[in-house]
Design a protein around this ligand. Structure first.
Ligand code: NDP
Length: 512
């Protein structure tokens, strides 16, 4: 009898057990040319959204600092990173992944402390990030082009993938380490040098990558990390003539701005922006599985997620029962102190986001939707918490069904036919992701084609293996990251044509 093949053991974090959370805020410089230098701009304090305590003290990179970072990146690119072997780049990336795992406790602590996410979730995100670095190493060794052998005798052509040069990478605060890991290892695998700017609220884990990458063998100058506001530091990166590509994750409004600025110098622009994702549950779905996924989709990271299943679309036959179960389960989601292991939802990132979400809850009520759960909020020890909030009786044109709220607010809509579900799902202008739960293969295939989104999940939600590209359509962005395509995004295609004889004069000609 054949023995069952053993299931893959998930990789375990090798925790740096020695990490002790610091008592005082950590002071950082900016990371240029493989060393810490002091930023010339104003001091910025990043605080813990759960208690208001300072976690990191940063120094804003001015236009002059960004200039230095870009020049350092360009020099490192030209000095050899851009033409280094895939083998060498892969080695660096694999050592970086190991370094991330070895420092996972420290990274997870800072990720939790600055973004306000539960500690357990932060740890899981660090491990997922390490896997992205592992995967990018495989891409560094598999970059290929095409060959064209059918163009005629004595004539051969090929396409080469060549790194774009210096890429400017700008990231937000909601999944700081995961999002930088969706971009940076792929840029490095491609042979690009980079200037990176994390959100000023959550810069610590990205800054920690500087020395970690140096230790992994990354040559000085290939990865420069500057901190500061988007207005000063980010803007200087967008405009610098040496950054040939802009890779941006954040709001749709700043994304549009980045594209306009990039257009002035015809830079390549890749944008991962917001979403208002539809999560559809059909009558014939596995309702227990769909329930768990709908809760995860709506309330992970306190709803501060571009992939949030912010609109739950329920087919009429199961709508009442499913909504009831969803509301009851959401009622018991533990909200609070992010260090507690059972906590699933932490605080809002800052006061502006807190006020914005509360404003949308008022909008929902005034639009006539029924507040079926939550709407409640509290300020406690410096943290600003909003409980899981669910609206029913929502119609598709309401603002709470159209606009990205970026908080723990879910709008339930109902539909009768699949066609109607597609119409509602595709009605916002966003197109990041969508999900459908159904036992019907034909409905699933139709949904995969008809839902206007960069990712369609069928009978699952929020999966994201490193092999699969991620990005949006419409107001959710342009370009893809992660996977083979995510690596190619940082590359140009060069066409090379060889003639080994048989050239026919066609211009001045034989007459001369
Ligand atoms: P932003 O788009 O403002 O910020 C994202 C990044 O861009 C940050 O590093 C920010 O810097 C930087 N930035 C801001 N302005 C500029 C500029 N003019 N030039 C260059 N870089 C700039 O998003 P927010 O963090 O303010 O969040 C606002 C909204 O964006 C949220 O409510 C949500 O709707 C959406 N969002 C979407 C995310 C997603 O993953 N799709 C993630 C986060 C937000 P800094 O913040 O340091 O000033």
């Amino acid at each position: 009898m054949r023995r069952p093949f053993p299931k893959d053991e998930p990789k375990r974090l090798q925790m740096s057990a020695s990490f002790v959370p610091p008592k005082a805020a950590k002071n950082y410089g900016i990371w240029i040319d493989g060393a810490w230098v002091s930023g010339e701009g104003q001091e910025i304090r990043a605080t813990n959204p759960a208690n208001g305590q300072a976690v990191s003290v940063l120094h804003e990179a001015t236009e002059a600092d960004v200039d230095l970072a870009c020049k350092s990146a360009r020099a490192a690119f030209e000095l050899g990173w851009g033409t280094s072997t895939g083998e060498r780049r892969a080695e660096v990336l694999l050592r970086a992944a190991a370094g991330i795992r070895a420092n996972a406790e420290e990274l997870a602590w800072y990720e939790m402390a600055e973004s306000g996410k539960p500690h357990k979730q932060a740890r899981a995100e660090i491990e997922r990030s390490a896997m992205l670095w592992d995967y990018a190493a495989t891409q560094a060794r598999s970059l290929t082009g095409e060959s064209f052998a059918g163009l005629g005798e004595d004539y051969l052509a090929m396409t080469l993938r060549v790194p774009i040069g210096v890429a400017a990478i700008i990231t937000p605060w909601n999944f700081p380490f995961l999002i930088i890991s969706q971009k940076l290892p792929f840029a490095l695998a491609a042979g690009c040098a980079v200037v990176v700017k994390p959100s000023e609220m959550t810069s610590a884990t990205t800054l920690l990558l500087g020395p970690l990458l140096k230790e992994a063998g990354l040559p000085d100058g290939v990865c420069n990390i500057v901190t500061g506001s988007g207005r000063v530091t980010g803007e200087a990166m967008l405009r610098h003539p040496l950054t040939r590509m802009i890779s941006f994750t954040g709001s749709t409004s700043v994304g549009k701005h980045a594209m306009k600025v990039g257009a002035e110098q015809l830079k390549k622009v890749s944008l991962e922006l917001g979403g208002k994702n539809a999560h559809i549950v059909m009558d014939d779905a596995d309702l227990d599985a769909a329930l768990d996924a709908a809760l995860h989709g709506a309330f992970l990271n306190a709803g501060q997620s571009c992939n949030q299943g912010a609109r739950l679309l329920l087919q009429k036959g199961i709508a009442e029962e499913f909504a009831g179960r969803f509301i009851e389960a959401a009622r018991s989601i533990p909200v609070g102190d992010t260090l507690r292991d059972d906590i699933l939802m932490g605080p809002m990132i800052n006061e502006a986001q807190y006020r914005k979400v509360l404003g949308y809850i008022e909008t929902g009520k005034s639009e006539g939707a029924r507040l079926a759960l939550g709407g409640t909020y509290r300020e406690e020890n410096g943290g600003r918490y909003i409980d899981p909030t669910i609206f029913t009786d929502v119609s598709r044109h309401m603002r709470i069904a159209q606009e990205e709220i970026f908080g723990p607010v879910c709008a339930i809509l109902t539909f009768e036919t699949l066609e109607e579900a597609f119409e509602i799902a595709n009605s916002t202008g966003y197109g990041l992701s969508a999900g459908i739960w159904t036992g019907n293969t034909s409905a699933a295939l139709k949904a995969a084609r008809r839902l206007e989104a960069g990712t369609v999940w069928v009978n699952t939600y929020l999966d994201g293996p490193a092999e699969l590209p991620f990005g949006g359509v419409g107001a959710s962005g342009i370009g893809r990251e992660v996977g083979r395509i995510g690596c190619e995004e940082f590359m140009d295609v060069k066409t090379v044509q060889f003639r080994s004889g048989g050239y026919q004069p066609r211009w001045i000609g034989k007459a001369i």
